[in-house]
Design a protein around this ligand. Structure first.
Ligand code: CA2
Length: 146
């Protein structure tokens, strides 16, 4: 089995997971989710890097870096930038690997302004409404295809 690299990007405010609005976003903290992702990746022989940023430019810089370091997949929850950021879409369009977009909540069940995603125009797959399970499902799909 070859070793592949995956980048998990968490957008703005996701550092607050587990502290507020558990009825929407669940009880787990971001550290809980990332620990499980690191474990799952290790079991499957994948290198994984998980990053969170509240800054659009930092997320874009991380996507640019992934173009040049053999990252085969980006799993991204762009959070509120999902609905606003042409810049993140443009960065993802310049990246050649696979992209899976994850949302903890079902954005289509929520306010109308959350129904549109710029990132979905680039994503190879979109998972919404499964809570933190969505991240694990994204990795499992990847391992299954490996
Ligand atoms: O459902 C998702 O994963 C979202 O990407 C989360 C974003 C929201 O703007 C998107 O429409 C859907 C918000 C993340 C905010 O996370 C918080 C977590 C705990 C407490 C407060 C905010």
């Amino acid at each position: 089995m070859s070793v592949h690299k995956v980048l998990v990007l968490h957008g703005p405010n996701l550092n607050l997971l587990g502290t507020r609005q558990p009825e929407i976003y669940g009880q787990e903290t971001l550290d809980d989710i990332n620990s499980r992702l690191y474990e799952k990746a290790a079991v499957n022989g994948w290198d994984i890097v998980c990053r969170q940023s509240n800054h659009e430019g930092e997320l874009i810089d991380a996507i640019h870096a992934a173009r040049n370091d053999d990252t085969a997949l980006i799993v991204i929850n762009p959070a509120a930038y999902t609905h606003t950021s042409v810049a993140i879409l443009d960065a993802l369009n310049a990246y050649e690997g696979r992209v899976i977009e994850v949302h903890l909540s079902n954005i289509h069940k929520r306010e109308a302004f959350r129904h549109h995603s710029y990132v979905s125009r680039r994503a190879d797959g979109v998972i919404a409404g499964l809570g933190s399970q969505g991240y694990y499902v994204a990795l499992d799909a990847l391992f299954a295809a490996d």
